[in-house]
Write a protein that binds this ligand. Structure first.
Ligand code: TZP
Ligand code: MG
Length: 217
């Protein structure tokens, strides 16, 4: 299977070194993966290129190769390629999808953020492996976001994709925790991306397993 055929993003961990309560990021990610997280995005806004690449290489080896879980790089196509990561995640100010696809080839994952209905309308025409409508709720982790979509917004996004007969997996992010995950999934979202609720969890194993129960209901 090519990474571009991967669809089960399910519980998707997005990293933030600063939110790991002083624990090494790689340990936090490995604990989350062993507990059942289905995909990992490395989002390192503070690291220089060399440190970011070094971290990406470690996680590709420890997570992607060992557990067959895709490692996806935030923003940086160059780091995704140099590290052998399964994919890249692009926002609306990052490299356009068509250009990233040319560099990444057809076998890898490209994920795209859609902050508004207008960007979602364009996203369905792109060659992407998931669309993250964002944010679902306001969050302390990222302040410069578009207005939150809310649960009603998730239903609107789902209805739009269905109407377009678009089968690209629908993801969301922002303020997601073990208490609200189920309601988000019930609105027709297939995958939830989580930063602080996992990175800052005292008991990562128990938290991940609680998230996974929301998918079973
Ligand atoms: N993009 C939109 S909200 C967000 C990102 C990266 C941060 C979500 O963090 P948290 O801690 O899961 O609310
Ligand atoms: Mg970005």
């Amino acid at each position: 299977m090519e990474w571009s055929d991967f669809r089960d993003f399910g519980l998707y961990l997005v990293t933030d070194q600063d939110l790991c309560l002083g624990r090494p990021l790689v340990d936090v990610v490995l604990q989350a993966v062993q507990a059942g997280v289905q995909a990992v995005q490395i989002r390192e806004k503070n690291n220089n290129t060399r440190d970011f690449l070094a971290l990406a290489k470690v996680l590709v080896k420890e997570v992607q190769v060992r557990y067959n879980i895709p490692v996806i790089i935030n923003d940086r196509v160059d780091i995704a390629l140099a590290s052998g990561a399964a994919g890249v995640h692009l926002g609306q100010s990052d490299m356009p999808v068509a250009d990233a696809r040319r560099l990444m080839g057809t076998r890898r994952i490209i994920g795209l953020t859609a902050p508004t209905m207008e960007t979602l309308e364009r996203a369905v025409k792109e060659e992407v492996q998931y669309i993250a409508v964002s944010p679902v709720f306001p969050t302390e982790t990222k302040k410069d976001t578009a207005p939150a979509w809310g649960i009603e917004g998730m239903r609107r996004a789902r209805a739009f994709l269905d109407e377009q007969k678009c089968t690209i997996p629908l993801m969301t992010i922002g303020g997601i925790n073990t208490r609200n995950a189920q309601e988000i999934l019930q609105a027709g979202v297939e995958s939830v991306a989580v930063v602080s609720a996992i990175c800052s969890a005292k008991d990562i194993d128990a938290t991940v397993k609680e998230f996974l129960r929301a998918f079973q209901k």
